[in-house]
Design a protein. Structure first.
Length: 362
């Protein structure tokens, strides 16, 4: 009889075929003997440098992975492949993966990132020792097509400007993404630690999450073609449902900075800007779900923290409007932002930002 895996590594794929083999090999070569890999092709049209699509890459890596596992003296890894007929967004790709997973724990792995060696072993050791619902480790940063951010490139082929942008962004990411609570949180302290004191970050990767808890969280979230801030509604309810969190000091995850992506690139089309505006949808999901819960589920302090978080995300959108949207597009872009967040909310936050700016100059 086939044994049930302890961990399911869930990998959604959309237009990341160029990095997919690297991602898959980091999972397959984990020195751990009870896990599966669940891949969801979210209607991806992408191909790698050899012209191979997602399904072909998975098939080839699966074959290579069997040889590597044998050489390591480890049992083979089951790879289960699912495909959406069209792009549904990261939230729904993860939902498909988690619902079809068999493991006791879920390990989210984005298809352009990698797991560090012994990641599963280190995470599960903590999960088993404490009976945890969530285990969070630390993150390294990798600059695509170059080197890990800890030793950024100095080659002439990479311009000084790109290196400086990578260094700056890598440092910001390392500080933010390594917000890990160094110990145990129990019960409501998990949710309050995430939302109020912000003693750990709510990203889904670099974590093990008990599948039962993940499924409970997803039950609060309706079908959503969410393309921005997908982690927020998921971890909001995961942290609400979980009973024990453990943070560990070991690095388990390598996040990839794509050299072709920069927050400083000007936005000159509404389609791209609209993706940023859809951040509002993550909060719509949460506030609508809260209405369905018993009246006293959240304290006043918790509700204030949720509202503060939504204001923070809107401020980020407004800063992007002012600093990255071209002047010609700004009027239409602001109008679109008002459609998503609500005109009154946008105007209130604009006034608050203006007041803050005036006070700082005064």
């Amino acid at each position: 009889m086939k044994s049930v895996p302890v961990i399911s590594i869930c990998i959604p794929v959309y237009n990341s075929e160029r990095m997919l083999k690297r991602c898959l090999l980091s999972a397959i070569t984990q020195d751990f003997d009870s896990f599966e890999i669940v891949i969801v092709n979210d209607g991806s049209p992408g191909r790698n440098e050899e012209g191979q699509n997602c399904k072909k890459i998975v098939k080839l890596v699966q074959k290579e992975g069997k040889k590597l596992r044998k050489q390591m003296g480890l049992p083979p890894v089951s790879i289960n492949y699912y495909e959406h007929s069209k792009n549904l967004g990261l939230l729904e790709a993860r939902r498909t993966a988690v619902e079809n997973a068999c493991g006791q724990y879920i390990c989210i792995l984005d298809s352009d990132d990698t797991l560090l060696p012994d990641a599963l072993k280190n995470l599960y050791e903590a999960a088993f020792s404490y009976g945890a619902d969530i285990v969070q480790g630390k993150t390294e940063v990798f600059c695509a097509d170059t080197e890990p951010a800890s030793s950024l490139p100095t080659e002439d082929s990479v311009s000084q400007e790109i290196r400086e942008k990578q260094e700056k962004r890598a440092q910001i990411i390392l500080e933010r993404y390594n917000n890990v609570y160094p110990g145990v949180l129990s019960g409501r302290a998990i949710f309050d630690g995430y939302m109020i004191s912000q003693n750990h970050i709510g990203l889904l990767w670099a974590k093990l999450i008990r599948r039962e808890i993940y499924l409970k969280a997803l039950s609060h979230i309706p079908f959503s073609n969410l393309v921005m801030s997908e982690d927020f509604p998921q971890y909001f309810f995961i942290s609400l449902e979980a009973q024990k969190y453990v943070g560990i000091e070991k690095c388990v995850y390598q996040y990839t900075i794509d050299t072709g992506i920069s927050g400083n690139i000007k936005i000159d089309n509404l389609a791209r800007w609209e993706k940023i505006c859809t951040t509002a949808n993550a909060f719509t999901i949460v506030f609508e779900a809260i209405k369905e819960l018993p009246k006293n589920t959240f304290t006043q302090e918790e509700m204030d923290a949720i509202r503060l978080q939504s204001r923070s995300y809107l401020v980020n959108n407004l800063e992007a409007l002012h600093h990255t949207v071209t002047d010609q597009l700004k009027p239409q872009a602001r109008e679109l932002l008002c459609e998503y967040w609500g005109k009154a909310f946008v105007e209130t936050m604009e006034k608050a930002m203006e007041k803050t700016m005036n006070n700082s100059h005064g």
